[in-house]
Design a protein around this ligand. Structure first.
Ligand code: PGA
Length: 251
């Protein structure tokens, strides 16, 4: 049985004051048993969040990390080893905003993924198609290429210690959610692609759905056989809403 994971991606949101409030809200949540919960604050607030959530079963992760595992001369970047030292357990790799707005390509993401794993930081590989690609019938090709890039470079075994998040770009921050069946179809294809290399890895890897998940649609999505939780953007900035989504994963 795969244990569900619900993770909040705070993106570039927050001030010290609003983060303190959010921490307080998270501390007060009744979290369901049997569900892993994580949050990804902006790097600036990672120490504050880790300290504030001490004793609460919420893993803290980073939204990005460097292509090199260890600290060194790389201005503006943060090494996976530094994130581990701070107490992080996870890192997002290849979020569509970074692929599209910063221009991160598969070769760079392969290095970030490997560097994170080299330090014991678990990567959450984000993949997904744009609206144009979906309308052109290229969804599975695009997602397959993004996943295939890591498999080719590092082997399917790399997913023993990783999570995959399928996030259709057209559903992120738009209020448009993939239907549970649309999401399930892609998740099944992702699992099949891994299964062709290694059936056990495919069976055990957690596949999250992301894109306008809220308390109102979470249970339906999480009820699909290949959806093992969610990566939550906007709705994770509200502790009560986020808590409701976590509970939906527990039912
Ligand atoms: P959203 O973002 O929930 O605000 O659509 C999801 C994400 O980008 O991870």
């Amino acid at each position: 049985m795969r244990r569900p994971l619900v993770a909040g991606n705070w993106k570039m949101h927050g001030t010290r004051a609003s983060v303190a409030e959010l921490i307080e809200g998270l501390r007060n949540l009744a979290l369901p048993g049997g569900v892993d919960v994580a949050v990804f604050p902006p790097c600036l607030f990672i120490n504050q969040v880790i300290e504030g959530l001490q004793g609460k079963a919420i893993t803290v992760g980073a939204q990005n990390s460097a292509v090199e595992p260890m600290q060194g001369a790389l201005t503006g970047e943060i090494a996976p080893s530094q994130l581990v030292d701070a107490g992080c357990g996870l890192v997002l790799v290849g979020h569509s905003e970074r692929r599209q707005l910063i221009g991160e390509r598969d070769e760079v993401l392969n290095r970030k993924f490997a560097a994170a794993q080299a330090c014991g930081l678990k990567p959450v590989l984000c993949i997904g198609e744009t609206l144009e690609q979906r309308e052109a019938g290229k969804t599975l090709e695009v997602v397959g290429r993004q996943l295939g890039s890591i498999i080719e470079e590092l082997g399917a075994g790399a997913f023993v210690n990783a999570v995959i998040a399928y996030e259709p770009v057209w559903a992120i921050g738009t209020g448009l959610t993939a239907t549970p069946q649309q999401a399930q179809d892609v998740h099944a294809a992702i699992r099949a692609q891994l299964a062709a290399e290694n059936a056990e890895v495919a069976r055990n890897v957690r596949l999250l759905y992301g894109g306008s998940v809220k308390a109102a649609n979470a249970a339906e999505l999480f009820g699909m056989p290949d959806i093992d939780g969610g990566l939550i953007g906007g709705a994770s900035l509200n502790a009560d809403e986020f808590g409701a989504i976590c509970r939906a994963a527990g039912n």
